[in-house]
Structure formats: structure tokens, C-alpha cells
Design a binder for this molecule. Structure first.
Ligand code: HAM
Length: 418
């Protein structure tokens, strides 16, 4: 146990972390250009926030939350997603009283007790954005465009954007009635979970993973068939803007999403070829969530993208850049006096902003050279007794395999210029 991590978690090691930093850096850059600012919320919240926010008939709340009592006997949950926490922060910090809309983004770990497999983990990471206080269809289009722009900049251009409209509470009442009528004759055939969802939230049946329920739901009425005229108009406008931006999408009437807070536009982005867990991101509008959490009636919209799945898609399509964090310079020293001189040169190089390292194991000159080769450094700076006498070092270009002697006082200038 002491040397095994919990199932569904991962260590991100040096050599892998560079890829994470690359995609996180890209997320921050795209967000800056679109006017989204970073927000950081706690990793755990009061359980009630997710039960109310995500919805008590969802898989997440029914089966997947990491919930525990803390020592003060409060029920605490490791966040299974980011939206509810950001809504809570928006309300608690009265961000609604400032200029609207509020546009934020976040990157961080989320926790769901699900069955681990390729692309599905118990601790995973999301990059998400949320916009509060704007209900224009331009915002729906901007949020989807931001997601697609981010993927495209990473080199993922073969993704499919699926969009649907889940309507407003009025459309929901219509679809709820129609779904209950549709499922009534087959109620006994639904899984026990869906039988209980039939009364509480029949829309959830459309999101059930059981093959029998999926089969029975094939001809079920969809939200898109039950939209009121306002919701229909909003959805048409969103599509118009998407067409104007030249972003292809698939109209997917079966799309319901796994969280209860959605209204109007809902979307999901699929990556072909990364296996069963092909959804690399999803989101949508949630115009009722802020009010349901006790705030003023405020529209909201956002998305979250799964970083592990994005990395998988990048790997599968050969789009991962070869990033290796390695020092530019390795100092090689033979003898105690040379070590002393190299050690202070090392400090001066670093102070000048040049990434440098040296041997701390008392290895032989040959072993140090070999290690410098393994590290893949660009230059070796070699100091032996002779160089020390002459106040110089041997500067070796590891790629060219050439070396020349230069005064020790010129090392920083010479390397800095390169
Ligand atoms: P979600 O669809 O539950 O939405 O998750 C978004 C993305 O997170 C998924 O498309 C997937 O890439 C990734 N993801 C989810 N679960 C796992 C898992 N167990 N392992 C690996 N990756 C996973 C939300 O979370 C909403 N909060 C999105 C949102 C923001 N809607 C509006 N604003």
C-alpha cells in the first residue's frame, strides 16, 4: 500500500509534466486573448453545493462523489466538477455587483469515483471557463469558439463538435410529459435507477449507460423537438454565429449531458480514435443555476475540457511537441580546485539566467562527459588543472563535437549570446 497510488490516480513525472505545462500554458494564452481571467476555488466544498448544483438524479451525485465527514462533522465533497464551485464563488464574493459579464477560467483536479479505464480516472484534470451575466447567443458562440480555437492551436483539428438545445423550464415541462408518456409502457424494462428517475427526472433516462435503457430510448422524444419559440430562436442564432465563424458542428438531438443544470445550448466535443471515452470536453448554458444556488437570476454558460483525454488525443495524432527541459550547460570539473571554481561559475551562470548544472557525485571526467551526453546539454564547460592555471575553461559544443579554450571571464557572455 505504501508504494501504490490509489486506483484511478496518476503521478505526473518530470518528462511528462512538460506536456501538461504546454497545454496549460496554451489554455492561459487563449483565455487571455478572449478576455477570461483565472479563478481558483477550493478543491473541496460543502456536499450540498454539488447535490443542489449538479443535480441529485445525476450519476455524479448518485454514485461518483468522494464525500466524507470532516472532524467538525460537516459533510464535505472533493469537487467532481468546477462549475458549481465557481458559481458559489461568484455569489459569495458578490461578483454579480461588479461589471458584467464576468468571464473566468480554471485549471485543476476534479474527483469522481468512476470505474477507471483508458481516458477515465478518479482524479482527473479540467480546463474550464464560465461566463456569468450574458445571455446573448454571441456568448454561446464565443464559448464554443474558444474551446475549438484552443484545440486547434494544439494541432487537434479532427474533432467533432456536437450541439443541441435543452430549452428553458417551459420546454422542460413539455419534454418531461412527453418522455413520461413514451416510457410509461416500458417502465418495467428500464434499469432500477431509471425507474426511479422516471418520476424525478425522466430526461436522465436518455443519459443512462445501460444498453437496454439506451435501446429503449432510441425513439424517445428529444428536447430539440419540444423547444418554445424563444428557445428555438436563440438556438438558431447560435448556429448562425457558428456558421459566420466558420466552425463546423453536428446537430445532435440525442445530446443530453450528464449534469442537471443545463438549459438552452449544450455541447460536447468528441475526438475520434482515442477509445470509448471520446468526449474531450463539454459544456453549455445554465441560466437557472445561479438562482437555484440562492443568487439573483443570472444567465451562465461554460465548458470543461479533460486534460488527460486531450493528451491522449495529442499522442494518438502525433501532435505532442518534443519538449525536454534540460540545462543548456553542464560544468565538468577535474579535481577539488576545479570543482570549487566551477561551483562558483555555476552560480554566476544561473544568476545570468543561463540554465546550468554540474556533477555532485565526484565522478571521473569521463563519467561526467558521458552524463552530459545523456542529459542532452548543448554545451559542456570543462575545467581541469591546466585550464585552472591559465584562468580559462574548455567550451565544448556537444552537437558539433568541437571545443575551444576561452577565458573563464568570457563564459557568461559567450553563452548568453547564444
Ligand atoms: P463533464 O462533461 O462532466 O462537464 O466533464 C467535462 C470533461 O471532463 C469531459 O468531456 C471529459 O473530457 C472530462 N472528464 C469527465 N470525467 C472524467 C474522468 N472520470 N476522467 C477523465 N476525464 C474526465 C463538466 O464537468 C461541466 N462542469 C462542464 C461545464 C462547465 N459546463 C458548464 N460549464
Amino acid at each position: 500500500m505504501l508504494t501504490t497510488r490509489p486506483r484511478g490516480t496518476a503521478d505526473i513525472l518530470p518528462g511528462q509534466i512538460e506536456n501538461w505545462q504546454y497545454i496549460e500554458g496554451m489554455a492561459a494564452q487563449v483565455c487571455r486573448e478572449y478576455g477570461y481571467r483565472e479563478i481558483r476555488t477550493p478543491i473541496f466544498e460543502h456536499t450540498e453545493l454539488f447535490v443542489r448544483g449538479v443535480g441529485d438524479t445525476t450519476d455524479i451525485v448518485e454514485k461518483e462523489m468522494y464525500t466524507f465527514q470532516d472532524r467538525g462533522e460537516r459533510s464535505i465533497t472533493l469537487r467532481p466538477e468546477g462549475t458549481a464551485s465557481v458559481v458559489r464563488a461568484y455569489l459569495e464574493n458578490k461578483l454579480y455587483a461588479g461589471p458584467q459579464p464576468v468571464k473566468v477560467y480554471y485549471i485543476g483536479p476534479m474527483f469522481r469515483y468512476d470505474r477507471p479505464q483508458a481516458g477515465r480516472y478518479r482524479q482527473f484534470h479540467q480546463f474550464g471557463v464560465e461566463v456569468f451575466g450574458a445571455q446573448q447567443p454571441t456568448v454561446d458562440a464565443e464559448v464554443m469558439a474558444l474551446a475549438m480555437d484552443f484545440y486547434a492551436r494544439l494541432g487537434l483539428t479532427n474533432l467533432e463538435l456536437h450541439i443541441n438545445s435543452l430549452g428553458c423550464p417551459t420546454c422542460r415541462t413539455t419534454v418531461r410529459d412527453k418522455l413520461q408518456q413514451y416510457f410509461q409502457p416500458m417502465l418495467g424494462e428500464l434499469c432500477p435507477n431509471c425507474q426511479s428517475r422516471y418520476d424525478r427526472n425522466p430526461l436522465r433516462i436518455l443519459d443512462c449507460k445501460s444498453s437496454r435503457c439506451t435501446e429503449l430510448a432510441l425513439d424517445a422524444p428529444t428536447t430539440a423537438d419540444c423547444l418554445c419559440s424563444d428557445c428555438q430562436a436563440h438556438f438558431e442564432q447560435v448556429q448562425l454565429y457558428m456558421q459566420d465563424l466558420g466552425i463546423p458542428y453536428v446537430l445532435d438531438k440525442q445530446l443530453v449531458r450528464g449534469l442537471d443544470y443545463y438549459t438552452h445550448t449544450a455541447f460536447e466535443i468528441m475526438a475520434p480514435g482515442i477509445g470509448a471515452q471520446s468526449s474531450v470536453g463539454g459544456g453549455g448554458r445554465y441560466n437557472g443555476l445561479i438562482e437555484a444556488c440562492g443568487g439573483p437570476s443570472t444567465p451562465g454558460i461554460g465548458f470543461a475540457l479533460g486534460l488527460e483525454r486531450i493528451l491522449l488525443a495529442l499522442e494518438k495524432s502525433g501532435k505532442l511537441p518534443q519538449i525536454q527541459a534540460r540545462p543548456l550547460v553542464y560544468l565538468i570539473a577535474a579535481g577539488d580546485r576545479a570543482v570549487r571554481s566551477s561551483f562558483s561559475l555555476l552560480a554566476r551562470l544561473r544568476a545570468a539566467g543561463i540554465a546550468a548544472d554540474m556533477d555532485y557525485q565526484g565522478r571521473s571526467l569521463k563519467a561526467q562527459m558521458k552524463y552530459a551526453g545523456k542529459l542532452g546539454v548543448r554545451y559542456a564547460v570543462i575545467t581541469g588543472e591546466d585550464e585552472l592555471q591559465r584562468g580559462s575553461v574548455m567550451l565544448r559544443d556537444m552537437n558539433a563535437g568541437e571545443q575551444r579554450e576561452i577565458p573563464v571571464g568570457e563564459v557568461i557572455n559567450t553563452l548568453g549570446n547564444r
